[in-house]
Design a protein around this ligand. Structure first.
Ligand code: WT7
Length: 655
């Protein structure tokens, strides 16, 4: 990109961005919200909970037995009713819930709240007919199409927790999740569109189910019309069992703590964790944060969260938060790609998008393609811009603010995790004077701190580890089937605080800056990927003896996966043999975990650098992968190993 002097100046002045006066005056969040939280945070959360419809009010706001929280104890509600029925009943049935646009704009469809409600009722009736009862787990392996939302809300409606598995995960990864939470029904599609081309999806489900004896049915949406294998005893078409159902469904109210969904996420071991979310607290948290952080005005805004529903961002900020608030959303099936550089700007123009929520990696990609791509389009409807998934570098922040937001839109950098359910640290668009790159302050009602290794709060101007010091409504209620791991992972590092796994800095003004993971978890394009999980996949390949994986910094994807492997026996020493092996290893990782986990680079090396006690020196490998001068290698068993690895860095490099 050509040097941009105006941007440079903005960056170097260390500029602050106060909220625009007009927005601030009418903003959902006013400055006193922080005082109200400080005075009585539980009362504020209760106020936020009252934005929902409850069939039975709670008798206790919070029951906290560290590390187990129950919120809105005794309350009863139905999440699907809160997302649909109440809007229809209030006369807003004709309002668009989703402007859905297919990959490459091959097709599009507008769904009103009334239509979505009818579809969900039909699907709920169909699931009941297939024998799904409250408490049963249902896996959803689907792309970004309206039926995915319908399937989730139908599950919620009948109290069957869903587990949505991102369509980019492999058959093996899908199987692991189905088995871990013992799903008996899987909802999927024949295929999906990716960059204009149809690709099979059901084939992966068939493969996964070869070893899932408890799955009774798969419910298959016809999306591409591609050929599929059919198991007549197990598979049913969505159009056969859903379309003919009654569009009425009397929903039952469930306990506030009834499980709503399980979302798997990578941890520091090879096995993903099933993060459990429940109903009342979660819905309160996501609807309130969606209302205040994006300043949503349901009657006039068009909101676009460009995440995939297969991740928590899609659950909280495409489905549950926006629908609970009666928002009109744009839902886009495609992802930005070089053949289609102006698609995003075209969509914002066409649908008059006013709130955009996306990840820094996307912003950097769009930035790389250049501001001239925006010029032909009218982006003047935009008024709030959000960022999530990884630290946003000030350059990307300022570009987003200047070019996408035309200098007038607040940028909210929102920190949270699969485990937190909803946004935890964020500016408020009408209140906060923002600093590019800082997530600023805990959301009102949330308590966070930055501590040193001993758990002591650090003074302003210092860095440390991020902890959450009080329970919050959207917090995970545990790891599915593994209480011990729940305690170990989040509650053992410090005695009375939740350990997030992120490094953070509190600046001189007391504002928070998130610095990235401090554990073996990588963040690649905003996707959370475990180094251990990839190492595990690599050593599962017959040619691999040992593997070490590190996240190297990457200008576009934030981090990139770099693997170092030693091989069993001998591999053809010539370059072609090495290249073949590297390719086969990359494919092996893709088929074990999914294409998102494919290493950018795999180094085949005769040995791995280890300490005298046999620990792999990851820090050193990261230095090598990032081409830095090596630090102290005196504790290294064989310093020549690093030299050998470095010599080979040029081999096996992938684009
Ligand atoms: C990890 C959680 C939150 C939904 C998407 C990712 C990183 C997330 C930010 C941010 C700096 C961020 C953290 C966190 N992260 N948002 N605004 N600034 N880092 O959810 O897959 O559970 O990943 O993403 O490292 O721990 P996730």
């Amino acid at each position: 990109m050509a040097p941009d002097n105006a941007l440079d100046a903005l960056l170097h002045e260390n500029r602050r961005f106060p909220p625009p006066a007009e927005l601030a005056a009418a903003a959902n969040a006013q400055p006193d919200i922080y005082d109200r939280a400080a005075k009585d945070r539980l009362q504020l959360w209760e106020e936020m909970a009252r934005r929902l419809d409850w069939d039975q009010p709670w008798d206790q706001v919070l029951d906290w037995q560290l590390p187990y929280a129950k919120w809105f104890v005794g309350g009863k509600l139905n999440a699907s009713v809160n997302c649909l029925d109440r809007h229809v009943a209030a006369g807003r049935g004709g309002k668009v819930a989703f402007h859905w646009v297919g990959d490459g704009e091959r097709d599009h469809r507008d769904l009103t709240y009334a239509e979505l409600h009818r579809e969900v009722c039909k699907a709920a009736n169909a699931l009941t007919e297939l024998g799904v009862k409250a408490g049963d787990r249902v896996a959803i392996y689907m792309p970004m199409i309206p039926e995915t939302v319908v399937a989730m809300l139908a599950c919620a409606r009948i109290g069957a927790p869903h587990t949505v598995v991102f369509c980019g995960f492999s058959a093996e990864a899908l199987r692991g999740r189905i088995l871990d939470c013992d799903c008996q029904v899987v909802i999927t599609v024949d295929g999906q569109y990716r960059r204009g081309a149809p690709t099979p999806v059901k084939a992966a489900v068939d493969e996964a189910l070869l070893e899932c004896p408890n799955v009774r049915h798969t419910l298959v949406v016809r999306r591409t019309g591609g050929d599929v294998d059919w198991d007549a005893g197990r598979d049913v078409w969505w159009h056969d069992v859903v379309d003919g159902q009654s569009d009425q469904h009397q929903a039952e109210a469930f306990d506030a703590e009834h499980p709503l969904y399980i979302m798997y996420t990578s941890g520091t071991t090879a096995r993903p964790k099933g993060i459990l979310h429940t109903t009342g607290g979660y819905l309160t948290h996501v609807s309130a944060t969606h209302h205040y952080v994006f300043d949503l005005k349901p009657d006039t805004d068009v909101y676009w969260c460009a995440a995939d529903i297969g991740w928590v961002t899609g659950h909280s900020y495409i489905v549950y938060g926006p629908l609970a608030n009666g928002a009109t959303s744009l839902m886009y099936e495609g992802t930005p790609h070089p053949g289609d550089k102006d698609r995003w700007w075209k969509l914002i123009d066409r649908y008059k998008v006013s709130i955009l929520y996306t990840a820094p990696t996307t912003i950097r990609t769009l930035m790389k393609w250049g501001a001239q791509e925006l010029e032909p389009y009218d982006l003047s409807t935009l008024r709030v811009l959000g960022s999530v998934g990884e630290p946003i570098n000030p350059e990307a922040w300022v570009w987003y603010h200047t070019y996408v937001g035309g200098g007038r839109c607040p940028v909210v950098d929102t920190w949270w995790q699969t485990e937190t359910g909803g946004i935890m640290i964020t500016p408020l668009p009408g209140v906060t004077t923002a600093k590019p790159g800082a997530a600023m302050r805990p959301f009102p009602g949330v308590s966070a701190d930055v501590v040193d290794n001993e758990g002591k709060s650090v003074p302003n101007g210092s860095g440390g580890l991020l902890v959450l010091t009080e329970p919050w409504p959207g917090m995970l209620r545990g790891i599915w089937g593994d209480d011990e791991r729940y305690r170990q992972t989040y509650w053992s590092r410090f005695p009375d605080a939740y350990f997030a796994g992120d490094g953070a800095k509190r600046d001189e003004d007391g504002d928070l800056w998130l610095l990235g993971r401090v554990d073996d978890v990588m963040n690649v394009s905003g996707h959370r990927i475990s180094t251990t999980e990839i190492e595990h996949a690599l050593v599962g390949h017959p040619s691999v003896a040992e593997a070490a994986v590190v996240g190297a910094s990457d200008p576009t994807t934030g981090q990139a996966i770099v693997a170092f492997v030693t091989v069993r026996g001998s591999v053809a020493e010539d370059e072609a043999g090495g290249e073949q092996l590297v390719e086969s290893l990359r494919n092996h990782v893709a088929s074990t975990i999914g294409p998102i986990a494919k290493p950018r680079q795999i180094m085949i090396t005769p040995d791995l650098p280890k300490t005298r006690s046999g620990k792999i020196m990851r820090r050193l490998l990261r230095d090598i992968a990032e081409n830095r001068e090596l630090g102290d290698v005196t504790t290294l068993l064989d310093p020549t190993v690093t030299e050998m690895i470095r010599d080979r860095m040029t081999l096996g490099a992938e684009d």
